[in-house]
Design a binder for this molecule. Structure first.
Ligand code: 4NP
Length: 146
């Protein structure tokens, strides 16, 4: 199973989602491959935001070697599922889908809720971690019970 996590900058939320999902799926021995990407190109080539790296480290997860990249058209073929953090990401990625098969791979990570952008608020990284972790645990249950 290959899963792509997507947010706007690919430095705050989706790196956390990649790290958490990889950590949880490795712990379950699922052999899943997780990656992340952004819809905006401001931080391409950079590592994750230090606040995300620190928050992940506090939970025993190392995301420091991740490198920011843009979402690309070939991701629709490469990944089985594409999970986005909010409705802007959802619209942006769905607008790039060229067929139904691609579009149906794209879903909000939290089902009908969004993961809010913590970029401008240092206090939101820990709550965002908790939201993403809950979403990843739910997804593992859902995707492994099929
Ligand atoms: P992210 O947060 O989408 O969770 O990575 C953001 C990071 C950077 C910017 C926006 C959102 N930015 O505008 O640079």
């Amino acid at each position: 199973m290959k899963i792509l996590m997507v947010c706007l900058g690919n430095i705050c939320r989706s790196p956390l989602a990649e790290g958490i999902m990889q950590h949880l799926s490795d712990g379950e021995g699922l052999g899943w491959e997780i990656d992340s990407a952004g819809t905006g190109d401001w931080h391409v080539g950079e590592g994750p935001d230090r606040r995300s790296t620190r928050t992940a480290r506090n939970h025993g997860i190392d995301i420091s070697s991740q490198v920011c990249r843009l979402f690309r058209q070939s991701d629709f073929d490469e990944f089985d599922h594409i999970f986005v953090m909010d409705k802007y990401n959802l619209n942006d990625i769905l607008n790039m889908a060229s067929n139904h098969e691609h579009a149906q791979k794209v879903k909000l990570l939290l089902g009908d809720k969004i993961v809010p952008d913590p970029y401008h608020d240092d206090t939101q990284f820990e709550p965002v971690f908790t939201l993403i972790e809950g979403g990843c645990k739910d997804l593992i249950r859902e995707l492994t019970s099929r």
